[in-house]
Structures are given as C-alpha cells and as structure tokens.
Design a binder for this molecule. Structure first.
Ligand code: ATP
Ligand code: MG
Length: 423
C-alpha cells in the first residue's frame, strides 16, 4: 500500500492550522460587521445542481467535477463551488419568503475540482464566500465588494488590485453577443475546440479562454461596455460611485468575464499585486447572477456574491511577508519536579483549565531545562514551577515570560491569586 496523500490535496498541520483558524476568525468578524449569516450545505449535491447552476459551458462542469454514482444509483458530485448549493437551499427552504430581505449568507468549506495542481491550485481547497439574495440595489454590490476587500485588509494584505466590469442586463448582453459572434466567427477555426463550442452557446466565455488569450482577435473584441443600455450603464456608474465613496480603488476591465454562466451586471476580481506572488494572481472572484434562483424554480430574485480561497489568501500573506499577530498558544506551562509535585499538579492544571485558562505540562519526565524550552516554544505567557520545597511551603513560583517577573503564589488560594495577577 502506498501511504501518500492524494494529488492536489494537502494536510494542514497544527502549526499551519493556527494560521487557518486565525484567518477564519477574521472572516467571521467581518461577516458579523456586515451582518451576513452562515449557511452550511452538504459536501455533495445532485450533479444537476452544478450542471445547471454553474453552467454547461464552464470548465468546472465540463472538466473539473468529481462526480460519482452512489449505491442507490444517484448521480452526485462533490461540490466544486458554493453558489449553486446556496441558491438550491434558498429555493428549497423558501428563503425568498423571509421578511428580512435581502437574505445575506456566507459559507466556509472545502470545494473539489479535478484540476492540474500547481501553486495556488488544488483539487481540494477551502472557499469562503458570501451571497446576498433579493436586492437589486447597486449599494449591495458595493457592500459585497467592500466586504471582500475588508477581509484582505483585516488579515494585513496591502498589495491588492480590484478589477470590475459590468456584463449588463439581458438586452445589453444579447446585443453584445451578436457583436461577439460576428467578430469571432470568420476566424473561429484558429481557436481551440472549447472556444469553437462557445461561439454559439456562450461567446462571452471566449474572452475568458486561457488557451487563446493572446490571439489578436481577443484584443480587438467588442467591449461589453459599449453595449450597455442606459439602465445597465446607470447601474454600473452607481456601483462605481459607491466604491469611490467607500474609498475603495478599482480599475475597470471590460474583458473581465467570470466563470459562471449566469453572471450579469457587476462582475469583479481581486488580485494580488505583490512581487513574488506566483503566476495565478486572482485571489477572489464574484458578481451578480440574476436568473439563477429562477433556474432552480424559485421566484425572480436578484443575487450577488463572491468566493475566495483561503489557500490563495495564505499565498498572498506569504508573498507580502505579513507578520501575523497570532494569539499565544497557551497561558500557563506547569513544571512539576518530583513525584509529589507531579501528583499535585494534576489538580492545579485542572483548576486552571476550568477557570478559562489554557494550560499544559510535561508528560514524558523531561528535565527542568527541557521543560522550560517547551514553554518557550509554546510561547506560554506564564510558567509555573512546583518543586518539593515549594510544596512543603505551600507555594508555587510563577514567572511572567514576557517581563521575567517572578511571584510566589499560595497554593491555598491558587486560582484567586492567579486571577488577580493575570487579569
Ligand atoms: P481560476 O481562473 O484561477 O481557475 P476560477 O474562475 O475557477 O479561478 P472561481 O470559481 O471564481 O475561480 O473561484 C473563486 C476563487 O476561488 C478564485 O478566485 C480562487 O481564489 C479560488 N480558487 C479557485 N479554484 C481554486 C483551486 N483549484 N485551488 C485553490 N483556490 C482556488
Ligand atoms: Mg478555475
């Protein structure tokens, strides 16, 4: 048997998990500030949910899904993204009937895509995403974008580029679509097979092609911004205005076409501009998807959201060399020397823990010096030392590891004295 992790996946070892927890905490803080609530959907769904919700012409559905039949013959797929499942749940649970509209949701969890693994691209990765369903107000577009930017700022990233675009409404898109077909059709045989298929099905997606991105027709392709009708134009201008009001810088890229088929109006991506960031610089992508709720049988409901992966966020932290302000691993490290002291420490440790402190001790009979080293490695705030002498005198030594200050504490009133000193 080969003892090896599957390709494209990774173990998050305890040291790294601390970073993940810290990031997830920051995310939850920000979502709370913006009043988004968590939703947890299953890791797998009926394959149809993604085929319809993400779109038949996307790379995700065509090439990247982990699909299987269960023992009951159901066609299921490990979720490759979050939006389709959230919208499925929104419809199934009739959240459109909730008196509080829009419904503002967020999720964090693993996603699965059969991709070619490389730096920043995994087969299992964790996405954080938000969805705001039930509002067609450009202010919510700006809010969602602002939330994403805040998350990156909260973790300490600085080199960020926000790129936005508008794909317009149905009418604008239909006109643009015709223009794209006319533009690409005469020379479509110079494009990849995927693009040839896209020409009729969804020519907009040609602009997103990674194979043909340098073809000269790409540079001269008609810009959606020239095809926006008045309503779409005003909407987009409002979004831009709100971003300016929020002090968020952005650039407009008329070629920004997002992966999902149902995107319309606002689309955006946030990239890292840090030197040394790998080839894949997109950290976050999102946009408006009016029409998706109807596709799942719900009433006409506008929606907007984004998704980002924690893996790429961490890559950006590393590229920018951000020093993280991680919390101390433990409050107390208790060193007990001699059998009697060790026996006594069992209860002391328990007292600390039950009073809300984190505390640990040695369990492998190491010498005092080795134990002090452990306390250091764990960046314990305090070290407690209990030897035979101390035990006889009814005291314990407490050392503040930051100031090196030392105090004697009475065992009789151990917790009371600790609480006074530590708070
Ligand atoms: P890409 O063009 O890089 O393949 P995408 O358009 O497939 O991205 P989305 O489906 O929009 O990406 O997902 C949103 C975010 O999730 C991306 O911006 C990226 O941060 C992250 N992401 C997507 N795929 C992966 C992956 N395989 N591994 C890690 N993170 C990923
Ligand atoms: Mg992709």
């Amino acid at each position: 048997m080969k003892v090896q992790i599957p390709r494209g996946t990774q173990d998050i070892l305890p040291e790294q998990a601390k970073v993940w927890q810290w990031i997830e905490e920051k995310m939850r803080e920000v979502t709370k500030q913006y009043h988004y609530k968590e939703i947890r959907t299953p890791i797998f769904e009926h394959t149809d949910i993604f085929a319809r919700g993400v779109g038949d012409t996307t790379d995700i559905v065509q090439k990247e899904m982990y699909s299987f039949q269960d023992r009951g013959g159901r066609d299921l797929t490990l979720r490759p993204e979050g939006t389709a499942a959230v919208v499925r749940s929104f419809v199934e649970n009739k959240m459109y009937g909730d008196p509080n509209q829009p419904v503002k949701l967020y999720y964090v969890g693993p996603m699965f895509r059969y991709e070619r693994p490389q730096s920043g691209r995994y087969r299992q990765f964790v996405q954080f995403g938000v969805e705001a369903l039930g509002s067609q107000d450009p202010a919510i577009d700006a809010e969602v974008i602002g939330l994403a930017m805040d998350i990156y700022k909260q973790v300490g990233l600085k080199n960020l580029n926000l790129v936005i675009n508008s794909l317009g409404d149905k009418e604008s898109r239909a006109n643009h679509r015709e223009a794209l077909i006319q533009h690409f059709q005469p020379r479509i045989d110079e494009f990849c097979k995927d693009c040839q298929n896209r020409l009729e099905k969804n020519p907009l997606r040609i602009l997103d092609c990674k194979v043909d991105r340098d073809h000269e027709l790409m540079k001269t392709a008609p810009s959606i911004l020239d095809y926006l009708n008045d309503e779409s134009k005003v909407y987009f201008e409002k979004v831009c205005q709100y971003l300016t009001d929020l002090g968020i810088e952005y650039t407009i890229d008329p070629k920004l076409v997002r992966g999902l088929d149902y995107y319309n109006a606002t689309t955006f991506e946030i990239m890292s501009s840090a030197a040394g960031f790998g080839a894949i610089t997109t950290l976050c992508g999102g946009g408006r998807y009016n029409g998706l709720v109807e596709e799942f049988g719900g009433p006409e409901t506008p929606g907007i959201g984004f998704a980002l992966s924690i893996e790429r966020l961490i890559a950006a932290l590393e590229a920018e060399n951000v020093q993280l302000n991680l919390p101390h691993e433990i409050d107390f490290y208790l060193i007990a020397l001699g059998d009697r002291a060790k026996d006594y420490s069992v209860k002391l440790l328990n007292d600390l823990r039950h009073n809300g402190f984190s505390a640990d001790r040695d369990y492998t009979n190491r010498k005092m010096k080795a134990q002090l080293k452990s306390a250091d490695r764990l960046s314990a705030k305090y070290v407690l030392i209990l030897g035979e002498d101390e035990l006889d005198q009814g005291i314990i030594q407490m050392k503040n590891m930051q100031t090196s200050e030392q105090k004697e504490i009475h065992l009789q009133s151990f917790i009371e004295e600790i609480k006074q000193l530590v708070i």
